[in-house]
Design a protein around this ligand. Structure first.
Ligand SMILES: NC(=O)C1=CN([C@@H]2O[C@H](COP(=O)(O)OP(=O)(O)OC[C@H]3O[C@@H](n4cnc5c(N)ncnc54)[C@H](OP(=O)(O)O)[C@@H]3O)[C@@H](O)[C@H]2O)C=CC1
Ligand SMILES: Nc1nc(=O)c2c([nH]1)NC[C@@H]1CN(c3ccc(C(=O)N[C@@H](CCC(=O)O)C(=O)O)cc3)C=[N+]21
Ligand SMILES: [Mg+2]
Length: 300
């Protein structure tokens, strides 16, 4: 049996269609045009492509898109000043500062400077707290996108064993909170976990968020399990020509696809969902800022 391949790209397209409907309603019924500001520091080519995609998709769903490109050597004070201006700007409902930032800038300080009501990444302590206790607010984009794919694939997650490999603030920890809320039994593994392969073998749901190309092998996967591969790793692809690269996940896809029940590919799995959920969060924050109840189909 080969696994069903979960088409995150097409699911994200459908989600963006629903988002466009909510944008239209906010405009016509409430006179609000949701706006997303994306800030990028430096000229890392991968980040540039990724930020351009976000700007394009933001405009496509009818939202206002603001893009700020700061030079690699910008001072921390200048970046903090821009964040403060965006905090005050009524046309902006979401602020995203693309990470990582150059060495002279303290990322924690930048995150702290973002007003929680516009924190569409769900990075600020206030929003992490809300997520944890289940209050309305933005939800970490990659975990939210992963959860939407899981619910679509499995229906209820109740009682299922979920193993998350990775405990970052960005992915692993918020993913654990969301899965708990859906009544899964959650294990969070990391670099000090003993017998990782055996831990993963007990999982009905595997979330791979390690940042190590193809580390999770096919024989770690329980037959029929659902595998969500968050990893995005660029590796050399000499077969495509000298100096060429390709993207792979944290799961050895060719092996796992023979064992799993369903699996997300890289690219075309979680990545497109992350961007769509950023737009979903901008609808959520635009609604809350204006005293409206956020649409329930765009959150956890
Ligand atoms: N698809 C998408 O939209 C997104 C993809 N990503 C990708 O997801 C991956 C993870 O990102 P992120 O969470 O930020 O990564 P981090 O580097 O912040 O965290 C990696 C986690 O993996 C754990 N880890 C590292 N090595 C091992 C190992 N050998 N065995 C077990 N656990 C290990 C670390 O453990 P410890 O805590 O002990 O150090 C850590 O908790 C990356 O490939 C990233 O590019 C990220 C964001 C969005
Ligand atoms: N403040 C902040 N918030 C983030 O959410 C954030 C960030 N900084 N910094 C970088 C990481 C990484 N990340 C990705 C999102 C989508 C794709 C994506 O769309 N990937 C495509 C492939 C893209 C390609 O071909 O390069 C896919 O998987 O199909 C990738 C990576 C968000 N991040
Ligand atoms: Mg990280």
């Amino acid at each position: 049996m080969t696994a069903k391949i979960i088409d995150g790209k097409s699911f994200a397209e459908g989600l963006r269609g629903r988002i466009a409907g909510h944008v239209e309603r906010l405009k016509t019924e409430h006179g609000i045009t949701p706006g997303l500001a994306v800030v990028i520091v430096g000229h890392d080519p991968a980040s540039q492509v990724y930020v351009s995609n976000k700007a394009k998709q933001t405009a496509e769903v009818g939202m206002a898109s603001f893009k700020y490109e700061l030079p690699e050597d910008v001072s921390e004070a200048e970046l903090l000043e821009l964040v403060r201006r965006l905090n005050e700007d009524d046309q902006v409902h979401g602020i995203l500062v693309q990470l990582p930032v150059p060495k002279q800038i303290n990322a924690d300080k930048v995150i702290e400077a973002i007003v929680p009501s516009k924190d569409v990444d769900c990075f600020t302590p206030a929003n992490v707290g809300k997520l944890t206790i289940g209050l309305p607010g933005p939800v970490s984009c990659t975990p939210l996108g992963s959860l939407m794919l899981l619910r679509d694939q499995l229906g209820s997650l109740e009682g299922l064993n979920a193993v998350i490999v990775g405990r970052s603030n960005l992915v692993g920890k918020p993913m654990a909170q969301l899965l708990l809320r859906d009544n899964a039994t959650v294990t969070v593994a990391h670099s000090r976990t003993k017998n990782l392969a055996d831990v993963v073998r007990g999982a009905d749901i595997v979330i791979a968020a390690v940042g190590r190309p193809e580390m999770i092998r096919g024989d770690w996967i329980k037959p029929g399990a659902t595998v969500i591969d968050v990893g995005i790793n660029r590796v050399p692809a000499p077969e495509k020509g000298e100096g060429k690269t390709r993207l792979v996940g944290d799961v050895a896809f060719a092996e796992a696809v023979e064992v799993a029940g369903a699996i997300t590919p890289v690219p075309g799995g979680v990545g497109p969902m992350t961007i769509a959920c950023l737009l979903a969060n901008t609808i959520t924050t635009a609604s809350l800022i204006n005293g409206l109840v956020p649409p329930s189909d765009l959150t956890a």
